[in-house]
Design a protein around this ligand. Sequence first.
Ligand code: PBG
Length: 346
Amino acid sequence: MSTGPTHGGPGTGPDAGLDAGALRLGTRRSKLAMAQSEQVAEAVRRLTGRPVELVQITTYGDTSREHLAQIGGTGVFVTALRDALLRGEIDFAVHSLKDLPTSQPEELHLAAIPVREDPRDALIARDGLGFEQLARSGERAGRPARIGTGSPRRMAQLEAWARALGVVIETVPIRGNIDTRIGYVRSGELDAVVLAAAGLNRVGRADEVTELLSPDTVLPAPGQGALAVECVATDVLLAAQLVELDDPHTRAAVTAERTLLAALEAGCSAPVGALADLPGDGRTVTEMRLRGVVGTTDGKTLVQLSTTGPAPASADDRATPQRMGRRLADEMLAKGAAGLMGERAL
Ligand SMILES: NCc1[nH]cc(CCC(=O)O)c1CC(=O)O
């Protein structure tokens, strides 16, 4: 066995009574975190033939009532899981990739980035409305549609979209889990909320979506829809098993997106959207496209650019997507992106 605190005897760790031979997967307690952890746990059981137990860990991001943008965003959901990994209380952890800070700690290893879910944002609006219908109906009623989102990135792009339509909307900062956010629309408190489609799909609430927002209009957060499976860097045996879950196309795409984000020196609460895609049938991928956006939350100014370049030469080729991310960041900075980065919600 590798170093690493893999199999504590019975009665150790936060959750006594685990199977002694089981791999311990640390997860946040939210419905979404549990759903995606269970999905990865099942894949690891199939791969390794070993039992996998979920170990629930509470993170600051789960308990704080502050707006994410005020907490400072970066890493609030992942720190507790990483601490548990480093203390040897768990063997691996599953994160939403978009919640991971762009700099990777040396002691930890991103062993797998599995096939990405739908990266798009989704609108859940009253009366089954799409964004344009909703925005125009608010305009007619003389009461701007109230759309809930705590994300400066979503605010900037929704406000810019409304401006392009020549209508006024009101974006309202909200927080909370998926059920809470959908509840704002159910109760009539808000006309709509915007959430990641991937999360809704994972918890079985995709039927609530009234419009999937095209990346041509609203670019998702870098890494949105992708998961990251992390273990300690010294656990090379486990890493060698987990890498089987890795999807090279997803890894290349999110590497480009996260390099762009890092090069723009943004935290996860900054209004940066990015999406890379590799057109092709999955075998003959030769080209990669990367789109990026940064804007002010009032939607008055957006810097929105795209670029194309070669697809990575192999699954291990990180340099190609990194170059692409840096190149697009440089072009966005040259167009004034830096001046838009300091802004936070509220
Ligand atoms: N910041 C919260 C968060 N982190 C990951 C997801 C789910 C989508 C994903 O896996 O990217 C969400 C919720 C949301 O943005 O609606």
